[in-house]
Design a protein around this ligand. Structure first.
Ligand code: SF4
Length: 328
């Protein structure tokens, strides 16, 4: 079946992925493969703008690739690769930087946030981040970028840079990427308050063992107003219930909804049920992940092959870009 176009998406190598990554991004990456030619990139160069040391970079990249592949990225169809393995992106970044106004970059809220977060390390990479991101997108002749509503301005900025380039060199060589609005699920951590995140240590790793997963689930905060077993609870404010709605069968969800409200089920039992359903859901993922983890050379081959295929597109774009710029 003909595909609708090419999708590009990238994510920093953050190592083992958690439920928030899975529900918020990876599941969507997997689904998009049915309708689009997908290019998925682990953006290790972007990571350099914030990391203090690169000693975990290779390990984190490998772990993340394992999770993506085990979750259903199909490398025989989609292109999965590491950003730095296609150095053409650095060249395009440089050309695009010449058509990007400095004032626009310094005005971006994301840049200001980073400056506030790491005032001792305000490097050029932080400022040029959106330009490199634009190079990532357009280098692979991307048609659409899947983003949540709050990330749409990033793609709009990329479109502006593309327009500036095409206008400056009187060309149409770079494609303005379109936004594909995607519902990005906001998954709360086990604290039930903040978004699930490794840095807050409120996450549940996909690759954790069933025992580790159950232990994390048992730590989950429930309806804070339910102080004792005999108090009726309110599932609508309970993060465990939100997760049940994703991972448990409808009948069980309905039962919990009703029983919680009349104190017919306790939170311990409710969490045990969720842990069992989550572990069952993750069983095929874990089996595939273990198989891949035992074949690191195969995973390296997959990533190298992805980079080779990405590079064919990248070199074609760079050739067209140089011609449009009339570079000698
Ligand atoms: Fe939440 Fe379940 Fe406890 Fe109700 S019984 S408060 S849904 S954990």
């Amino acid at each position: 079946m003909a595909k609708k176009g090419r999708v590009f998406s990238g994510a920093r190598p953050t190592g083992r992925q958690h439920l928030g990554n899975y529900l918020g991004a990876i599941q969507n990456y997997v689904a998009l493969q049915d309708d689009y030619d997908c290019v998925y990139c682990i953006v290790d160069v972007h990571a350099l703008t914030t990391v203090e040391t690169t000693q975990d970079l290779r390990k984190n990249t490998f772990e993340m690739a394992l999770d993506w592949l085990a979750a259903g990225i199909r490398p025989e169809e989609s292109i999965l690769f590491i950003q730095s393995h296609v150095p053409e992106v650095m060249e395009l970044h440089t050309y695009l930087s010449m058509v990007t106004a400095l004032g626009k970059l310094t005005d971006l809220p994301t840049f200001k946030e980073k400056v506030a977060q790491q005032p001792e390390n305000v490097n050029y990479g932080l400022l040029g981040y959106p330009v490199l991101m634009t190079a990532d997108i357009v280098l692979y002749k991307t048609d659409v970028v899947p983003v949540g509503v709050d990330q749409a301005p990033h793609v709009e900025f990329a479109r502006e840079i593309v327009r500036s380039f095409n206008y400056r060199y009187n060309t149409k060589v770079l494609i303005e990427p379109q936004v594909k609005h995607t519902e990005i699920l906001k998954v709360l951590g086990i604290d039930g308050k903040a978004k699930m995140s490794k840095s807050l240590n409120n996450h549940i790793e996909l690759a954790a063992t069933p025992q580790e997963t159950s232990a994390r689930v048992m730590e989950m905060v429930t309806d804070p107003a339910r102080m004792k077993r005999t108090d009726p609870g309110n599932p609508e404010v309970c993060n465990v219930f939100s997760m049940h709605k994703i991972f448990s069968p409808a009948e069980e969800v309905n039962m919990i909804d009703a029983e919680c409200r009349r104190a017919g089920i306790g939170c311990v039992d409710c969490k045990k049920r969720f842990a069992a359903n989550l572990n069952q859901h993750l069983e095929p993922f874990r089996a595939k992940r273990a198989e891949l983890a035992s074949q690191p050379d195969h995973v390296a081959d997959v990533l190298n092959n992805g980079a080779e295929r990405a590079r064919v597109i990248a070199q074609e774009t760079i050739k067209e870009v140089r011609e449009a710029m009339q570079l000698p």
